[in-house]
Write a new protein. Structure first.
Length: 366
């Protein structure tokens, strides 16, 4: 009951965020109509009061009139029924886009039964909601949902967990900064030589994924944007979530449909197991059945055949550092070879595979 009430409180906070976002537009977008400002003036205290009441109710489980919410947050209408089979041509086209994040040698182990909107740090949740709203305003055909960004954020970094996001007053900037492993071609990772002279990842020999959304430095340069002529900080979850939102929408797919979500996430990280996990997590946050997003229609990655002895050492700073499982083929920075889509999944089990950890030596982008 407490978890349900916390989820309801967080949903009220999302409503408040979206309302404020509409009133306080970006500079240069013009003034809002007086009726909208007046409505906000009335509704903001109402929503805030509702959040306070829910908070008090959650402190007293036996309080009368407590309203339960789905474990994954407030349920949303499910997307249109996904196609019976996937279209390999669409995934082949998605694989041609430079991946936003490198393939994970190990996916994180996720307790799906314990997922709820209340478990998302406030700064991260605000970043996902705002990023989706801004991207959808820029491209009104995209229809990106905040919970799709949240699915990526959990799988890539646990919503910036090792960057301090669990601290009560976390400001959204990962401290210590979050870096993936060296992409040196070992331990199932792609080999990607340095592209940023170490400016973003602190490594002048090999690239490393950066920030809560684990962008490759080369992709961040394209999508991270600038602020007063300087590249934005990929360790800032607000900048990272917006960059991820714009990247997903740039694929020209309708992200209100299951197939659009599948191919957009596949372009972000060229792995079917990754797409399955991200969509499953996203569905839990949305309070809908993962199969309504076509998870049960997606295949698993083809496992690479072991060549000789498997390396037993683990990356020292990685987006995947525990619970070892067979590694999926890692794409190259240019898309490289990718798993071939097949209409029928080879297995029904979900991958149990880790969350990024910060570097032992912080390389600051402050």
């Amino acid at each position: 009951m407490r978890r349900a009430l916390r989820s309801l409180r967080r949903q009220l906070e999302i409503v408040l965020l979206e309302l404020v976002q509409r009133v306080l537009r970006l500079p240069g977008r013009g003034r809002q109509p007086r009726w909208l400002v007046a409505a906000a003036a009335l509704l903001v205290p109402v929503v805030a009061a509702g959040a306070v009441l829910v908070q008090r109710a959650s402190a007293h489980p036996g309080a009368a009139g407590a309203v339960a919410a789905p474990a994954g947050g407030q349920a949303e209408p499910a997307p249109p029924t996904p196609a019976a089979t996937i279209d390999p041509a669409l995934f082949a086209a998605a694989a041609k886009r430079p991946a936003a994040a490198p393939a994970l040698a190990r996916l994180p182990q996720v307790d799906l039964n314990g997922l709820s909107v209340a478990g998302i740090p406030k700064a991260a949740l605000a970043a996902y909601v705002t990023g989706a709203r801004m991207a959808d305003r820029e491209d009104q055909s995209c229809h990106l949902r905040w919970w799709l960004l949240a699915g990526i954020g959990l799988v890539e970094s646990g919503h910036g967990h090792d960057g301090g996001s669990t601290e009560p007053k976390w400001n959204g900037i990962a401290k210590p900064p979050i870096f993936g492993p060296e992409l040196d071609g070992k331990h199932g990772f792609a080999a990607i030589k340095d592209t940023d002279q170490g400016k973003l990842d602190g490594d002048k020999k090999w690239d490393r994924a950066v920030g809560p959304m684990q962008f490759l430095p080369s992709t961040w340069v394209s999508w991270g944007g600038t602020n007063h002529g300087k590249t934005r900080n990929p360790q800032d979850i607000r900048a990272a979530a917006l960059a991820a939102a714009r990247y997903l929408c740039a694929g020209s797919a309708d992200l209100s449909r299951a197939q659009g979500m599948q191919t957009a996430v596949y372009s972000y990280n060229h792995s079917f197991d990754y797409v399955r996990l991200v969509l499953t997590v996203a569905a839990r946050y949305a309070g809908i059945d993962p199969n309504s997003l076509g998870v049960d229609k997606l295949p698993h990655d083809k496992k690479a055949k072991p060549a000789g002895k498997t390396a037993s050492s683990k990356p020292t700073s990685s987006a995947s550092t525990s619970n070892p499982q067979p590694a999926s083929p890692a794409p190259s920075s240019s898309g490289g070879s990718t798993p071939t889509p097949t209409p029928t999944p080879t297995s029904t089990s979900q991958p149990i595979l880790p969350l990024p950890t910060p570097s032992g030596t912080p390389f600051g982008i402050h």
